[in-house]
Design a protein around this ligand. Structure first.
Ligand SMILES: Cc1cc2nc3c(=O)[nH]c(=O)nc-3n(C[C@H](O)[C@H](O)[C@H](O)COP(=O)(O)O)c2cc1C
Length: 232
């Protein structure tokens, strides 16, 4: 499996953090990943504020509709952006581009953090004015999202994801794909999948068989013991 796909699957929203600061060399790598995200016209109209101060973190938690767990994160990124510049270049569509650009850089950073062993959570529910006040964001810009970062104190199960069939279409809306590998004529992937499934089934069967044999062996041993036969 692609390493990037592995990291995509490994990333979880983390809302409980250990009281350990994040190493600066890791922070720099995460920020760098954000810089390399695609951006409409390569305009990169965002600004990012790194927050570690406990008082500010409390203010941000309050602003985030009282999601107090966020102040326990050792670090919070606040991402702000100026809409005006994007609208000057692209008209109304510029507003969409701005949000799309922020989302790509945010995901780049969260995946890099995951790969470096850190937990993150996207925080989008907040009072913009209160967040702006906490980080001194000027009126010409707006805070768009926050990301908490730190070492996770929890193991979060994978939340259910929609199936390929229900979300991915081929050529036309609603043209569902039952088996993507077969549609794309990729028999090797299909065979790999079938072999994996077969192996898992065989292993399950083998475990069942071993348990049954052990059960019968124990039963025979017990009976022999009862009848005074030395089983050692
Ligand atoms: C636009 C957006 C806003 C979000 N806002 C919040 C938030 O305010 N608080 C929170 O705890 N999680 C927030 N999340 C995280 C989602 O709840 C989370 O991604 C989702 O439940 C799937 O879980 P996963 O990230 O572990 O795959 C947000 C995610 C996105 C993309």
């Amino acid at each position: 499996m692609s390493h990037v796909l592995e990291v995509c699957k490994k990333r979880r929203s983390i809302r409980k953090y250990l009281d350990i600061p994040v190493e600066w060399d890791k922070v720099v790598q995460i920020l760098d990943a954000g810089r390399y995200a695609p951006a409409a016209g390569n305009l990169q109209s965002w600004k990012l504020i790194v927050v570690t101060d406990p008082g500010q973190k409390r203010q941000l938690a309050e602003a985030a509709l009282k999601q107090y767990w966020i102040e326990e994160a050792p670090m919070i990124f606040v991402i702000c952006a100026k809409e005006e510049r994007m609208v000057n270049y692209y008209g109304e569509r510029g507003k969409q581009y701005l949000l799309q650009g922020i989302a790509t850089m945010a995901e780049n950073m969260m995946l890099t953090a995951t790969d470096l062993g850190l937990g993150t959570c996207w925080v989008g529910a907040f009072d913009e004015d209160k967040v702006a006040e906490a980080v001194g964001c000027p009126a010409r810009a707006r805070p768009h999202l926050m990301i908490t970062i730190g070492y996770s104190e929890e193991r979060v199960p994978v939340p259910p994801r929609e199936t390929f069939e229900s979300r991915i279409y081929l050529s036309k809306y609603n043209n569902r794909i039952k088996n993507l590998n077969l549609v794309l004529w990729d028999w090797s992937l299909q065979m790999e999948d079938s072999a994996r499934e077969g192996k898992a089934k065989a292993e399950k069967l083998w475990d069942k068989l071993k348990a049954k044999v052990k059960h019968h062996k124990d039963e025979i041993k017990n009976r022999m013991k009862k009848e005074g036969v030395d089983t050692e």
